[in-house]
Design a protein around this ligand. Sequence first.
Ligand SMILES: *Cc1c(COP(=O)(O)O)cnc(C)c1O
Length: 474
Amino acid sequence: MNIEDPCVQTAQTVLRQLPSMDKLLLDDRVAFFATELNRPTLKDACTGVLGVWREKILSGEITRFDEDLFYAEITGKLRRLTTPSLRPVLNCTGVVVHTNLGRSCLAEEAVDAAAAAGMGYSTLEYDLDKGERGQRNAHVESLLCRLTGAEAAVVVNNNAAAVLLVLAALAANKDAVVSRGELVEIGGSFRIPDIMRFAGTRLVETGCTNRTHLRDYENAITDETVMLLKVHPSNFRVVGFVTSPEREELAKLAHRRGLLLVEDLGSGILVPDEDLALEGETTVTECLRGGVDLVTFSGDKILGGPQVGAIVGKKELIDKLRRYPLLRALRCGKMTLAALEATLRMYLRGDWKKIPTLEMITASEDALHARAERFAGKIASLCAAHHLSARAIPCEDAVGGGAYPERPLSGWAVALGGTEGFNPSALQAALRACSTPVVAPVKDGELLLHMRTVRAFEEDRLAESLSEALERIS
Ligand SMILES: *Cc1c(COP(=O)(O)O)cnc(C)c1O
């Protein structure tokens, strides 16, 4: 190295100004994180930033040691390391079963049950009467049967797993007939043809996208067919010139030919349709009464419980699933089962309207209007201080989760807007960066806070986040 070179000399001088590791670790700005991070992690983060700075100094990109900048980089890195990744957000989208935001919010007693199961030992696989090994599925099976009228039930990790298990256990190396109108993709990752391939079931398509007749199913049946599979077109509707056979007709056909009729229902609705006002949606009980042998559905969609896939129906078939080794790989954990049992008990008591998902879906327009007016009033002076207006406006909400796609729910939102220079996207981004992040849509130059998906107890926190965000962008 040529030490006469003035550049190199400058670089060496700047390098010497970088603090040593010992000095760094003793600095208050770094030591602050010592309660959250162990020493190796703290050191590792510092080493990383020191390394980057050394390189930039040697390459000439940094020619002066700026202490504030250096420590800002280190503390920024340490803050990212200590911020939890999976954390609560406020959902102001009006989409109740929002898959990206975690679908259903659990009822308090479901949360308590999950916490109790998680904290200590439990009867997960222990029969207290006999004092010997029990079944983890037993905690929810009789409840599911009572609530749906099924003979037997089993639960797995999610509905995709439920469909996979049914196909693998009952239709491997065989044919299953599916209408071309029901070869659905859900959430970008659940596709009926793929699941069938993984299960080793041959897909026999029948009918057309818009119309499939009973005779189409009949003509598709061969000696290799074991199952007719009906799939709920959860996230779309084909309207216009559309036909599909009645469930009862399909069941008759299947049973006359010695086949199974299986239905992937998607959302598990356990209460009568009229009560929910989700006109046209089928309940699990209606499916079973229609002659379906096995019905699969999600626990965290309209049911309002934890993420599970439930399979209910004929005992003889459920027993086969119970004995099928794949079940072991798809089973639910104890906290999930505890939360599901508690949720199902709310249905059993007739308390289902207290389940947050169902409470939000059934919230009346008048009640939402009153909440929007109240919240607009609550934040009026805060908004005025930032030259914004807050007013209650009608909006369109949705059930979400691939349920009830074509029928929006009438809701109310608080719209933030007003002044000329207002940039709703900047407020939207600032809300996402809050300590309690807020997810809210922008529409027609205004930021909308849909009230349906904000729980009453979250309103104070929403106002706090709004204040934090407005402060940040002002
Ligand atoms: C949502 C849905 C699924 C996937 O369920 P998960 O619980 O997300 O695995 C499968 N089929 C239908 C019809 C659905 O609506």
